[in-house]
Design a protein around this ligand. Structure first.
Ligand code: GLA
Length: 369
């Protein structure tokens, strides 16, 4: 007997079943339902965790190396390049059909810039020397991965948290705003195809938003290739700044500036005044680990509702948002298990076993009502 030829519907069903079998998810996942690209920051542990690969590749299409391309990791000493891990990362991404976001070329904070960069003997490096070192760094790193890295966080965290314009750092002290313009120009020369991003935290909030707009206008006036703004999006439960975020998205849309949400998570453990210089308080906080045995369902529901509200907003500005990336794959791998102190955190869409949490289902419902 001649076997019946499979109908398109049957073919679709068997493909979907096959996907469920391989990944544990249906044919519809984050990356297939949202109208922008979905990405995630991942650590080097990913190479040794094949159990995480189906989750990664079924849900996301962009990956950012969490640490290995940062200036202090890639060139800790002048000319002592550490390319092994980043090379492995880029190859891993290629083999899994994932695009790479490079992170980051200049991290404009003194404690995040390798100290040799900013010194000339025991004096601060001059403007010329700093720019020369920056140029060599960017040419080497961006040039090495030319055509293999789709987007670069070119400058990270250069804006001041207070009333000032630029954060005080070896960069701003020696060069003012010029170091930002130069970093973008060097990156563009090294890979003219890459999307170049300015990345920061709290830049959706009132004061910093104004500084960011000033920076965009200034770079545009100089014809510097800035292609997108990164809003890191490290939020805390019950204080996600929805209104400020919407104002920022409106402003970016009006300026025809693309936005990426670059490092999204919603911390469920209030951070309190972790930054306060108060020994006793810090000591008490450092022992605070309320959800070591698991996150209570009502917290997970609140988190789900707030994630859904965020994605409804992103959907409304899908003409402006180019990508949304989470900062790590699942709760077990989040940096928030170690920052600001060690605790068991639950900030992402997938639990420690990679199982979708209520937040995942609520986000999916935004796009498949
Ligand atoms: C900032 C940086 C990231 C990462 C996070 C915390 O947001 O941009 O690279 O270090 O802090 O992990």
């Amino acid at each position: 007997m001649k076997p019946a030829s499979p109908s398109l519907g049957n073919l679709f069903l068997s493909t979907a079943l096959c996907l469920v079998g391989v990944t544990g998810f249906g044919a519809e996942t984050l990356k297939t339902v949202v109208p922008f690209s979905m990405g995630v920051g991942i650590s080097d542990q990913i190479f040794e965790r094949p159990q995480d690969w189906p989750l990664l590749t079924s849900q996301f299409s962009y990956v950012t190396p969490e640490n290995s391309m940062k200036p202090a990791a890639i060139q800790a000493q002048p000319g002592a390049w550490s390319f092994a891990v980043p090379d492995h990362f880029v190859e891993f991404a290629r083999a899994h059909d994932l695009k790479v976001v490079g992170h980051c070329l200049v991290w404009a904070k003194d404690d995040r810039t390798p100290s040799w960069f900013s010194k000339e003997g025991d004096q601060p490096a001059s403007r010329e020397l700093l720019l020369e070192r920056m140029k060599a760094h960017i040419e080497s790193v961006v040039g090495r991965y030319r055509g293999k890295i789709a987007m670069w966080d070119v400058v990270n965290e250069a804006l001041d948290d207070g009333a000032g314009y630029l954060r005080d750092s070896c960069w701003s002290r020696a060069c003012g705003e010029e170091f930002i313009a130069k970093a973008f120009a060097y990156a563009h020369a090294a890979d003219p195809e890459a999307m170049l991003i300015y990345n920061d935290y709290n830049n959706e909030l009132e004061g910093k938003r104004q500084s960011m707009i000033r920076l965009i206008e200034s770079l545009r006036a100089q014809k510097i290739p800035l292609h997108a703004i990164g809003l890191q999006g490290h939020y805390e439960l019950d204080s996600v700044p929805f209104e400020a975020l919407e104002k920022t998205l409106q402003a970016m849309r009006a300026m025809k500036m693309k936005v990426v949400i670059s490092e999204l998570d919603i911390d469920v453990i209030p951070r309190g005044r972790w930054w306060a210089d108060n020994g006793a308080e810090r000591e008490a906080l450092s022992k605070h680990n309320p959800y070591a045995q698991g996150c209570p369902p009502e917290i997970l529901q609140r988190q789900a509702a707030q994630y859904a509200q965020l994605f409804r907003l992103f959907n409304k500005y899908s003409d402006t948002i180019a990508r949304v990336s989470f900062w790590n794959l699942h709760d077990g791998q989040s940096w928030l298990n170690d920052f600001p102190w060690k605790r068991d955190n639950h900030p992402l869409l997938f639990d420690r076993n990679g199982v979708p949490k209520p937040a995942y289902h609520e986000v999916m419902r935004v796009f498949q009502p």
